[in-house]
Every structure is written in structure tokens, then in C-alpha cells.
Ligand binder design. Sequence first.
Ligand SMILES: Cc1cc2nc3c(=O)[nH]c(=O)nc-3n(C[C@H](O)[C@H](O)[C@H](O)COP(=O)(O)OP(=O)(O)OC[C@H]3O[C@@H](n4cnc5c(N)ncnc54)[C@H](O)[C@@H]3O)c2cc1C
Length: 431
Amino acid sequence: MTEPFPLAPSLWAATAPPPPATPPLDASADSDVCIIGGGYAGLSTALHLAERGVKAVVIEAREPGWGASGRNGGQVIPGIKYDPDDLERKFPDTAEHLIPFLGGTADTVFDLIRRHQLDVPHARSGWIQGAHTPASVDTVRSRAEQWARRGANAEFLDRTSTERLLGTAQYDAGWIDRRGGAIQPLAYARELARAAITAGAAVHGDTRATRLSRNSGRWTVSTDRGATVTADRVVLCTNGYTGDLVPKLRETVIAPNSFQIATAPLSDNLRRSILPEGQVTSDTRKLLLYFRLDHTGRFIMGGRGPFREPKGPEDWAHLERVLVKMFPQLGGTPIEYRWCGRVALTRDFLPHLHEPEPGLTIDIGCMGRGVGLQTAMGMKIAEYVATGDPGALPFPVTGIKPLPLHALHKAYVSAIIAWYRLTDGGVKASA
Ligand SMILES: Cc1cc2nc3c(=O)[nH]c(=O)nc-3n(C[C@H](O)[C@H](O)[C@H](O)COP(=O)(O)OP(=O)(O)OC[C@H]3O[C@@H](n4cnc5c(N)ncnc54)[C@H](O)[C@@H]3O)c2cc1C
């Protein structure tokens, strides 16, 4: 796996099972559906199409999981930024289906792992969201209540319980959603690819789609290998790594890098002092901090970083300082891995579905919460493509609306990061 910063391979690349064979596309192919992008969204679409007997070809520029899907925190978190009551107000006509869909995204992941016996280290101990200020205590209390009212195994945690479960006194309270859990994210992407291939889909790595054209009702996807895929339909799932295949699409999102570090495996003593019951966690900061242990007992922490690609280990130094401030007992523990990846943020914090031309479906705007969501989106897109029923899609199909002055957004995001850093409040030093 080629990383943007070659000195810093990710923990996940070092510990995932080998990828399945995904040879480049060297001969032109004909298919029912061509899927561009081999992350969770594209691979899940391919798997679910193949299971429905629809011929699907995935074209991935690098290898399955090369994008956010192989680099993320591996926290499987149901829902999106909006709470269920907000969703009822925002989507009065479809909330009845949308809320269970969003609440079930973690189920989709763990069901796939079980059903296909995927070789993915995983644990379903729940996800905790810490309230990082007294003002956010009511937010997490309400969030827990709203989901619990709808049948989720979720509850508010007071300050003492939050401290006991997280191993830090940073948070004023929290809530636990026991539907969530942990996976090794690159293992999951590779194993999804393997399951899709076993089910009958073709997956081609090292093959970049370079052009889309439509003739006589069919699509031709040109690639940098020279070979083409001709298909009735195209599904584009390139998210934070979206290029210029579809005019203006890239300008509908901002794609900042999220940065992560992982320590050497902790001793049993240290392990017992942090996340002793094995939950994964992120907090209510706008620039959220997230952390977990992996299946070998390494501590992993992620958060903001520069918008640009990293230049060297100093670009992760802020996270290393936060880690020791929150968990002083980790002070002498070496940091063994540093890596990052791009998320695609939309202006309304919702995933976007577009269909600029008949037979071209686009899924973009994964936010930082796409392990469950993009797996489940792929399942629904497959249902839509196979049946033609637009009711299968969880979100409305909207027009492509570029963000105004998109080119300025990198500077804008850097300014926002600086501002949030001030307003989010610093990390308190632990005793
Ligand atoms: C550092 C980080 C931490 C995160 N942590 C979490 C977390 O803990 N929990 C969570 O739920 N979510 C998390 N996320 C978000 C989650 O990883 C993403 O939402 C999800 O992986 C998106 O999947 P995807 O398939 O839509 O896109 P991606 O996985 O980004 O896949 C897009 C693929 O498209 C390919 N591509 C692009 N252009 C072309 C082309 N022209 N031709 C062919 N292929 C192309 C790319 O190579 C890439 O592999 C995190 C993201 C990052 C970056």
C-alpha cells in the first residue's frame, strides 16, 4: 500500500491480512454495472449487487482500502451527526425509514463480518462519546435518550462512569451506544473485496478511471490502462479522493486530512488503565479527538492535522502532546505508527447522492463516520440499482452544488481549524 508519507506506513497496513488478487484491468470488459472506487461504499455495492445476480466490475486506482477505508480509526459508530429528533424535523416524509437505517449501520458491518466469515479483528463493546465541556453534557444526555427511546441499547454516563470507562478525567459526562464497536479497517476493506469477488464481482486494482462517456444509453469508463468498461450503469464512490471525472463534483466537498498515531503494544497494567472494557471513543469537539485500543493492545489516537499532505513526524507532534496530557502513564511509550487520510465533508453534514445523468449514481460526503454508513449506503445503492426503486435510497438524490469559492476553502478550513482549536478548549492535563 503506497502511503502519502512514505516514512510512515499505517498500523493497519502493517497488521492486515494480505489483500485478495485484484489484477489491473488489461482487457476491455462489459458489465451490468461499473463501480469506481474500492472503499467500503464501492465494495459493499459490488458485493450486494453480485449477491443479487447483477454483474459488477470495480475499478480502483490503487488497491481496495487505499483511501479512507483502509486508514480510518476503525470505530463502528451508528448514526450521523444529526440526532434522531433533528432527522425527524429535517426529513419528515422519510424519517420513519431513515432513522432505523442509520441506527442499523453498525449491525450491517458486524452482520457482514459474521455472514461472510471475514478475517477481520473486531469487537462489539460499544462506542462512547465524551462531553468535552459542561455545556455539551445536555447534548450527550439528550442523544442517549433519543436513541434509547427508539430501542437502541444506549445510555447516558455521568462523569464518574465516563472516567472509569475511558480512563481519563477529561470529560464532564458521556453516553454509550452499545450497538457500536471496533474493527481493523484495512482488514475489513480487503475482506469485503474478497467477499465481493467470491460472490461473482470483478475487482481491478491499479486501474484509474479517467473518463466517463455515454453512448446509445450505455456508459463507457475509460481507464489509465487503456482498457475500458462498458456498462449499463456507473456508481461513483470516490469520496475524499474524488477527482475530476464528473464536472464540479470535487467542489461539493472539502477533503481535509485526519491524522492518527499508534503506540507500541501496552503492558497489561497500562491496558487495564485505559478503556478497560474495550469500547472505542470520540468526543463532542468540532475537531473531534478519537481513541481506542487495537486487538494487540496498541493505543491509537486520532484528530486534526494540517490540510496538506504531511511533511514529516512533526505534523503528528500535536497529537503526541495531547496523548501524554490525557494519559500521562503513556509518557514513555514509543509511538510506532503515524498516518493520515482524507474525509469528505459536505456543507450540510449529510452524505450526498447525485444522479447528474441517467445511469450514473454518485455517493459522496462520507464525513468522519463512514465505516458503518458507507457499508450500508453500498447495500442500499445495490438495491436501488438492481430494482430501480428510488425508495431504496436512504437520502434524497440532489443536484451537484459546488461550494462557493471552493478553491479558497483550504485556507478557510485552516482558519476554521485554528478557530475551533481556540473555542473547543484545550485538553486538560490529567493528574
Ligand atoms: C483518518 C480517518 C479516520 C476515520 N475514522 C473513522 C472511524 O473511526 N469511524 C468511521 O465510521 N469513519 C471514520 N472515517 C471515515 C471513513 O473512513 C470513511 O467515511 C469511509 O472509509 C469512506 O469510504 P468510501 O468507500 O466512501 O471512500 P474511500 O475509502 O475513501 O474510497 C475511495 C476510493 O476511490 C478511489 N478512487 C478515487 N478516484 C478514482 C478513480 N478515478 N478511479 C478509480 N478509483 C478511484 C481511491 O483510490 C479510494 O480507494 C475516518 C476517515 C479517515 C480518513
